[in-house]
Design a protein around this ligand. Structure first.
Ligand code: FES
Length: 352
């Protein structure tokens, strides 16, 4: 079909150098504007029968909408208020509410669907470039603003009343100081408090649920186990403070599934131990996806890969989960081989 058969409004705009035109990159201009891609006609642009079909589809959708509206009115008038029907899987609900919701939903949906289909298939799809107007104000506007400002300054006698002017500037300059002093309420700097947890060489890993020291055989492949350091009991006065730093999660991986091989020397028989505290803003991580070895923080969906050094693979967390170096003592119980080597939890100003 020739371009004479195409409706005029569907013909592509001429490409010129001003509106998205193709420009050739050279040494002076290495990032030349590539221009718009060539215009592709839709089937409706070149086939009158396809256009007619689209027209009928749109009309059909609008007709269905009208029928649904009539159904809405009929439902309202004819269905008794107290009649109920069974709708799987919801159960028994008011028949009138169901009919009203259904008909109104269909009426609105088909209007939307008709409008979208109309726009996508029949309305003009010619791409145009709209140049922005200059941001700088016209000289006469600038002159007027300046004149207004000078008139205002004169009327307020700012230039003549130097005492008022200077004290006003002094007051404006000092007001923000009150805000600065309030910063003190953020508390004292944490110093080394955030750098150390209760984990240390030889500290046994105690199951958070059973309160019993753990053996490697207690940790099955595919399960997520939470642990705390031995001696930390809920009755301790500072339990919340300590567990917020020392909470640990353990998973057993097949050694061949461990991507970051540095993990192997820190783990025991494929059991890896990571801080349970999210490195975004410190929520406890709790969701483990067995197939991928990903753990998910429920607060803002940060996702960490436990088979790859606790690396962040999604979400706002800023750094990987710290790993705890673990081993087994002479009695066969899992133990820590030291503290975390970096602070657990979110970033803070002294983290470095
Ligand atoms: S605290 Fe974990 S993603 Fe925000």
């Amino acid at each position: 079909m020739s371009s004479q058969d195409i409706p005029e409004e569907n013909l592509p705009a001429e490409q010129d150098t001003e509106h998205g035109a193709v420009a050739v990159a050279d040494e002076e201009n290495p990032f030349a504007d590539p221009g718009l891609p060539p215009h592709e006609h839709r089937i409706q642009d070149i086939d009158a029968r396809a256009a007619k079909r689209s027209e009928r589809t749109v009309a059909l959708l609008f007709t269905v909408s009208m029928l649904a509206t009539l159904g809405f009115i009929a439902s309202y008038v004819t269905i008794p208020n107290d009649r109920s029907i069974y709708v799987f899987p919801i159960g028994h609900i008011s028949a009138m509410n169901f009919a009203l919701g259904l008909t109104l939903g269909v009426a609105l949906f088909t209007i939307g669907a008709g409008a979208v289909h109309w726009a996508r298939t029949l309305m003009s799809d010619v791409e145009v470039a709209d140049e922005r107007h200059p941001i700088e104000a016209a000289p006469e506007v600038k002159a007027k603003v300046l004149a207004d400002f000078q008139a205002g300054a004169k009327e307020s006698q700012l230039g003549r009343r130097s005492l008022i002017r200077n004290t006003m500037f002094g007051a404006l300059a000092m007001v923000p100081l009150s805000g600065l002093f309030l910063l003190r309420d953020l508390g004292t700097l944490p110093g080394t408090k955030l750098r150390h947890t209760l984990w240390s060489q030889g500290k046994l890993l105690v199951n958070m649920n059973t309160n019993q020291p753990m053996r490697p055989s207690d940790i099955a492949v595919g399960s997520l186990t939470f642990a705390k350091p031995e001696g930390l009991e809920e009755t301790n006065e500072d339990f919340q403070k300590q567990i917020a730093k020392a909470a640990l999660m353990l998973v057993r991986l097949q050694p061949e599934n461990i991507k970051d091989k540095r993990e192997l020397s820190w783990s025991h028989e494929g059991i890896v131990a990571y801080s349970k505290i999210c490195t975004h803003v410190g929520c406890p991580i709790s969701l483990y996806e067995q197939q991928t070895h990903h753990v998910l923080c429920p607060c803002h969906q940060s996702t960490f890969d436990l088979s790859d050094g606790g690396r962040v693979i999604f979400g706002p967390a800023g750094h990987a989960l710290p790993q705890l170096h673990i081993g087994v003592n002479a009695d066969g119980y899992l133990e820590a081989l030291g503290d975390f080597e970096e602070p657990v939890g979110p970033a803070f100003w002294e983290r470095g």
